[in-house]
Ligand binder design. Structure first.
Ligand code: B12
Ligand code: SF4
Length: 350
């Protein structure tokens, strides 16, 4: 039996999997109605304080402005959910955080992938790879590359693996064969829209980030809007609710791929972040916070942000034993923390 010689695209995808990624697909490096949708989203004010998105909007809309001569985008996926259910621990941390920061772990893999391209193409290759932080709409291109569909919760969902996976993209001047997009499998389901406690979806497929718990607890440097605080419940950093209720994330549907490089182990939450108590978080001084969040994605919320979130969680806990430590923050010098602490004390008293 003879085997067909592999195409360049097949070799490139093989390299991506060998580098440690679970999913790889290819999309054209062109704008689409989906990338243009960003203008609408920004105009509606849904980015909130995330000014960086608007600043490079035109690059996000057209990837050829990011890498001149770009022809293809290789979209890469990496499953992060270690298969453990979230523990309601007092202070809940989103599944993706709490271990080694995925940006650092995966950008290393992206660089290794890029380094392997010239040998496959037998020429110099121009490429630009990103994990999260580049001016690229990763979900849009990953959907076009067949890695999954953008669900009503705006997450990219793979029919086999669900949505608990990170994305990376590599823009390149290689002309590769494009994959077909995955059709939308949401159907009449609206579990995520109904479950969101802050009503962050003004309509299906559209997220108003300013109401999303992931934004209020990680991105926003402001006070958490008072009308949203109760709905935060025990969520102290990020939120997975719109993914937890999604039928495509039910365990029996989702095999966790092999992990020969041990990357998933590194990203999995460290013991102290699996079930942190509210009192422990509220008691962290700056030095202890630095130790506990070293090389994790939790750093993004900063010290003040994490304490602010913990005060909201404390206010929602109904746990009167927290009053003394909350009172300490109410009497502290930071006005944002003091205001959140006063709110928490009032809630605990009621
Ligand atoms: C800013 C940002 C956020 C913001 C805003 C999220 C948002 N939905 O826009 C906040 C802080 C809220 C956030 C939260 C989260 N994020 Co985030 N985030 C980003 C970031 C940096 C940019 C996204 C962006 O440009 N948003 C602007 C909107 C307009 O674009 P978009 O959502 O990407 O895509 C739009 C189009 O696809 C379009 N669209 C597609 N199909 C259709 C169909 C119709 C009919 C319509 C109208 C529109 C439409 O609508 C989408 C949503 O508006 C990306 C990384 C990147 N560079 O892309 C990560 C990224 C999207 N985030 C990620 C993750 C993991 C999360 C969280 C799960 C973290 C957590 N547990 O707390 C949550 C999920 C919340 C949610 N439901 O989206 C992953 C998503 C992986 C995946 N499988 O989807 C990414 C890709 C990071 C990464 N490299 O892995 N995030
Ligand atoms: S919960 Fe239902 S509507 Fe929401 S993303 Fe999943 S399948 Fe789509």
């Amino acid at each position: 039996m003879t085997t067909e010689p592999e195409t360049l695209t097949e070799r490139v995808k093989g390299l991506a999997l060998a580098t440690g990624f679970d999913l790889a697909g290819v999309a054209p490096a062109t704008p689409s109605d989906r990338t243009v949708f960003l203008r609408d989203w920004l105009a509606r004010g849904f980015a909130g304080e995330m000014d960086y998105i608007g600043r490079r909007a035109e690059e996000r809309i057209d990837p050829r402005r990011v890498l001149e001569g770009a022809r293809s985008i290789v979209a890469l996926g990496f499953v992060y959910d270690p298969g453990e259910r979230s523990v309601s621990a007092g202070f809940q941390v989103a599944r993706y955080a709490g271990g080694d920061d995925y940006h650092d772990v995966l950008i290393d893999r992206v660089r290794a992938f890029e380094a392997g391209l010239p040998a496959l193409a037998d020429r110099e290759v121009r490429s630009r790879g990103y994990v999260d932080t580049g001016p690229v709409l990763e979900r849009v291109h990953a959907a076009a590359a067949g890695l999954g569909w953008v669900g009503k919760n705006t997450c990219l969902i793979n029919p086999r693996l669900g949505s608990y996976f990170f994305l990376a993209v590599v823009l390149t001047d290689l002309q590769l064969d494009f994959d077909a997009a995955e059709p939308d499998h949401c159907g009449s389901c609206r579990a995520c829209l109904d479950a969101c406690p802050t009503d962050a979806f003004p309509e299906p497929y559209v997220l108003d980030a300013t109401r999303c718990i992931s934004y209020t607890t990680i991105e926003s440097r402001d006070a958490i809007p008072e009308e949203l605080r109760t709905a935060h419940a025990d969520r102290g950093f990020g939120c997975d609710i719109c993914q937890e209720v999604c039928p495509w994330n039910q365990r029996e549907r989702r095999p966790i791929p092999e992990d020969p490089l041990g990357l998933r182990r590194r990203i999995a939450p460290r013991p102290e972040w699996k079930a942190p108590s509210i009192a422990w978080v509220l008691g962290l001084d700056l030095e202890a916070w630095q130790r506990a969040t070293r090389r994790t994605a939790l750093r993004r919320a900063r010290y003040q942000g994490l304490l602010r979130n913990a005060l909201v969680v404390a206010g929602n806990s109904g746990d009167a034993s927290l009053v003394p430590i909350v009172r300490k923050h109410a009497e502290g010098e930071d006005p944002v923390l003091a205001e959140h602490a006063r709110w928490a004390l009032a809630r605990l008293a009621s």
